[in-house]
Design a protein around this ligand. Structure first.
Ligand SMILES: Nc1ncnc2c1ncn2[C@@H]1O[C@H](COP(=O)(O)OP(=O)(O)OP(=O)(O)O)[C@@H](O)[C@H]1O
Length: 613
C-alpha cells in the first residue's frame, strides 16, 4: 500500500471548507458532551447509591438524605440532562450537516472532473474488456457507483459513525476516570481486562470482516452491473428473449454475494457474541469489590458504580472498534474520488485556450493523418489519411465496416488527437483552435440519436441553450419534426422518457437533427444518420437532411451508398486511408477494379449499372 492509499482522516475531509471545519469543531464538542453523559450520571449515581445505603441506617442519616440530598442529586441529574441534550443536539446537527455538505461537494467535483476528461478516458477501463462499448459501459458503471456508493460511504461515516466513535472514545476515558475517582484499587484491577477487550474478536476479526465485505461488495457490483445493463437495454434483452439468461446470470452473482453473506454473518455473530466476555469481567469485579467493602471499608455505592464504569468503558471499546472498518471503507472511497478529482484533465482550461475565428468558411483538410486509439495503441486505425473538403461541399465517406469512417468524425471534433499528420480548418490546425468554439461550429447527427430524459424543447435546446422558442420551432420545422411534435399530448413540452424510449426511431432522429440545426452550424457531420431507419422514416429524415446540407460543409458517413450518391465528392476509405475519391459516376467508371464499384456490388448483390449524372 503506497503512502497515497494509507487511510487518513485528512484525506476524508480534504474538501471541507471553513464552514465545514467550524461544523466539525462544534460536532466534536457535541460528541464529547454526548460521550460524557454516562460518566457524569455515574458520578451522581455513585453518591446517590451511597446515600441510599446510608438512609437505611440511623435516623439522622435518613433525615439528611430525605431533604437536601434528594434536591441536590435531582438537580445535578437535571443539569446533566440539559447539558447532554444540548450536546447531543449539537452533535447530530453539525455532523449530519457537514457530512451532507462534504459528500455533495465531492459528488459535484467528481462529476465535473469526469466530464472534463477527454473522450479517450471513457474508452480506457482498468479491466480492459474487449470491445470499446464494453469499456465504455464499465467506465459508466464505475462513475455511477462512485458518485452514489462511494459518496454515500463518506457521508455515512462522517454523519453517523465518526460521531459515534468520538462519543464512545469519550465514554471510555470518562468512565475510566470515574472508576478511578470512586475506587482506584478496583479500577486498577479491572483495567487490564478492559484493555484486553481491544483484542477481542471484534478486533481480531475486523480484517476478515472487511475482506468478506469487500468480496460481497464486488459480487454485488457484478450483479448490479448485470441489472443496470439489462434494464438500460431492455428492448435488446426482450427482443432476444434473453430475460431468463439475464436473470440466471444475475442469480449467479447474487448467490455468490449471499454465500459471502453467510461468512459475514458468522463473523458478525462471533463479534457480537464476544460481548459476553464483558459480563465475565463484571463478575470478577464484583468479587474484588466485595473484598474492598469487607476488608478496606470502601463505600458500597462507589464500588458498585466503579465496576459499572469499568464495564461501560469496555463496552464503549467494543462499540467503537468495529467502526474501524467504515473508516477504512470511507477513506478508500475518498481516495478513489480524490484520484479522479485531482486527475489533471487534459482539457483543463481548454475552454479559454486556443484561437477562434470571426467567420468560418468551413474548408477542412486532413493531411497524412495517422491515428490509433489510446486504449489500443497497437492498432493503427488511420494510416496516412488525406482528404480535402472544400468550403460548403458535401463529402460522403464510404468503406467497409471498421475502415475508420467514424474515427474521422471523432478526430474532427477533437475527441482524440492524431498521432501524426495535421487536420486543419480554414488553414488553421484544429489543435490550435479553441476546442469549445470548434465544437460549437459543428453539428453532429449520429446513427443512434441520444435524447435526454427531459422535454423535446430542452432536447433541442441542448444544441444551443440560448436559442429562443421561435428558433427551436424553426429548427424543428426544418427537421420535419414540427408536425409530429405538435400532435404529441404536450407538444414541445412532452417528455421523451429515458433515452427517448417514448418516440420512434425516425422521430428521435428528427429531434436530433433539429438539435444540430438550432445552432446553425457551419460544419455538419452525419454519421450514418439514416441507417437505423425504415424506408418510410428514412425518406422523411433524408428530406430534412438534404435541406440541412445546403450552404454548409458536410461530412456524411454512410453504409447505404444511395445516401451519398449526390455528394460533391465520395471518398472511399480502406485500411485507414482514402483509397478512391470522386463523384458517384466517376468512381463507378473505374469499373471492377474499383473499391467503390465492388462496395455497390456487394450491397446490391449484382454489378452496378453505370448511369451518367
Ligand atoms: N473508442 C475506441 N477505442 C478503440 N478502438 C476503437 C474505438 N472506436 C473504434 N475503434 C476501432 O477502430 C476501428 C475503426 O472504427 P470506426 O468506428 O472508425 O470504423 P467505421 O468505418 O466507422 O465502421 P462502421 O462502418 O462499422 O461503423 C475499428 O477497428 C474499431 O474497432
Amino acid at each position: 500500500m503506497g503512502d497515497k492509499e494509507k487511510p487518513s482522516f485528512l484525506r476524508l475531509v480534504r474538501y471541507a471548507d471553513a464552514h465545514d471545519r467550524c461544523l466539525m469543531a462544534l460536532g466534536v464538542l457535541g460528541s464529547f458532551g454526548d460521550g460524557m453523559m454516562q460518566p457524569l450520571s455515574m458520578l451522581v449515581l455513585g453518591d446517590i447509591v451511597n446515600s441510599y445505603g446510608g438512609a437505611g441506617g440511623a435516623g439522622s442519616a435518613r433525615s439528611a438524605f430525605s431533604s437536601g440530598a434528594v434536591d441536590k442529586f435531582a438537580l445535578r441529574l437535571l443539569y446533566v440532562a440539559v447539558a447532554v441534550g444540548a450536546c447531543s443536539f449539537l452533535e447530530g446537527l453539525c455532523w449530519t450537516r457537514t457530512a451532507e455538505r462534504q459528500a455533495s461537494r465531492m459528488r459535484r467535483l467528481y462529476l465535473e472532473a469526469v466530464l472534463s476528461q477527454e473522450v479517450a478516458f471513457f474508452d480506457a477501463a482498468p479491466s480492459s474488456p474487449s470491445s470499446p462499448q464494453a469499456q465504455a459501459q464499465a467506465t459508466t458503471f464505475r462513475v455511477i457507483s462512485t458518485v452514489s456508493d462511494d459518496a454515500d460511504a463518506i457521508q455515512d461515516f462522517l454523519g453517523e459513525k465518526l460521531p459515534m466513535v468520538l462519543a464512545n472514545a469519550t465514554l471510555f476515558f470518562g468512565a475510566l476516570a470515574v472508576s478511578f475517582v470512586f475506587a482506584w484499587r478496583l479500577a486498577l484491577a479491572g483495567l487490564p481486562f478492559t484493555l484486553l477487550l481491544f483484542v477481542t474478536p471484534s478486533v481480531l476479526l475486523a480484517g476478515r470482516m472487511a475482506a468478506a465485505a469487500g468480496e460481497a461488495r464486488a459480487a454485488y457490483e457484478e450483479a448490479g452491473g448485470i441489472a443496470q445493463q439489462a434494464v438500460s437495454s431492455i428492448r435488446t434483452v426482450a427482443s432476444y428473449t434473453a430475460e431468463r439468461r439475464t436473470v440466471e446470470r444475475f442469480r449467479g452473482a447474487v448467490a455468490r454475494s449471499a454465500a459471502l453473506g453467510v461468512r459475514q454473518g458468522l463473523i458478525k455473530g462471533a463479534v457480537i457474541g464476544s460481548m459476553g466476555v464483558i459480563y465475565a469481567v463484571w463478575s470478577f469485579l464484583s468479587w474484588i469489590g466485595s473484598l474492598l467493602v469487607i476488608h478496606l471499608h470502601a463505600q458500597g455505592g462507589h464500588v458498585f458504580v466503579a465496576s459499572i464504569c469499568i464495564v461501560l468503558a469496555g463496552m464503549s471499546i467494543m462499540m467503537a472498534l468495529p467502526n474501524l472498518r467504515y473508516f477504512i471503507d470511507a477513506t478508500a472511497a475518498a481516495s478513489r474520488m480524490q484520484e479522479m478529482i485531482e486527475m489533471l484533465p487534459p482539457l483543463e482550461g481548454a475552454e479559454k485556450k486556443g484561437a477562434t475565428m470571426e467567420r468560418i468558411r468551413g474548408e477542412i483538410v486532413f493531411k497524412d493523418v495517422h491515428f490509433s486509439y489510446p486504449s489500443r495503441p497497437d492498432t493503427l486505425v488511420l494510416n496516412g489519411f488525406n482528404l480535402t473538403i472544400s468550403e460548403g461541399a458535401t463529402v460522403g465517406l464510404v468503406g467497409g465496416s471498421g475502415s475508420g469512417k467514424s474515427t474521422v468524425i471523432s478526430l474532427l471534433q477533437r475527441f482524440y488527437s492524431p498521432d501524426s499528420g495535421e487536420i486543419s480548418m480554414d488553414d488553421h490546425g484544429i489543435d490550435t483552435l479553441n476546442v469549445e468554439w470548434l465544437r460549437s461550429q459543428i453539428g453532429l447527427v449520429s446513427q443512434e440519436p441520444v435524447l435526454f430524459a427531459t422535454s423535446i424543447r430542452e432536447n433541442i435546446l441542448f444544441g444551443d441553450e440560448t436559442a429562443s422558442l421561435k428558433q427551436v420551432v424553426a429548427a424543428a420545422k426544418m427537421a420535419n419534426a414540427h408536425e409530429f411534435i405538435v400532435k404529441l399530448p404536450h407538444g414541445y413540452e412532452t417528455h421523451v422518457g429515458q433515452f427517448g424510449t417514448q418516440l420512434s426511431g425516425g422521430q428521435k432522429q428528427r429531434i436530433a437533427i433539429a438539435r444540430a440545426l438550432v445552432r446553425d452550424p457551419r460544419i455538419l457531420l452525419l454519421d450514418e444518420a439514416t441507417s437505423a431507419l425504415d424506408a418510410e422514416s428514412e425518406r422523411t429524415v433524408q428530406d430534412a437532411l438534404d435541406r440541412m446540407l445546403r450552404g454548409r460543409t458536410c461530412v456524411v458517413v454512410a453504409h447505404r451508398l444511395s445516401t451519398v450518391e449526390k455528394s460533391d465528392t465520395i471518398a472511399v476509405v480502406k485500411d485507414g486511408r482514402v483509397a478512391e475519391r470522386g463523384r458517384h459516376h466517376e468512381l463507378l467508371a473505374v469499373g471492377r477494379a474499383g473499391t467503390y464499384y465492388n462496395l455497390i456490388k456487394l450491397q446490391h448483390g449484382r454489378s452496378p449499372c453505370l448511369s451518367p449524372m
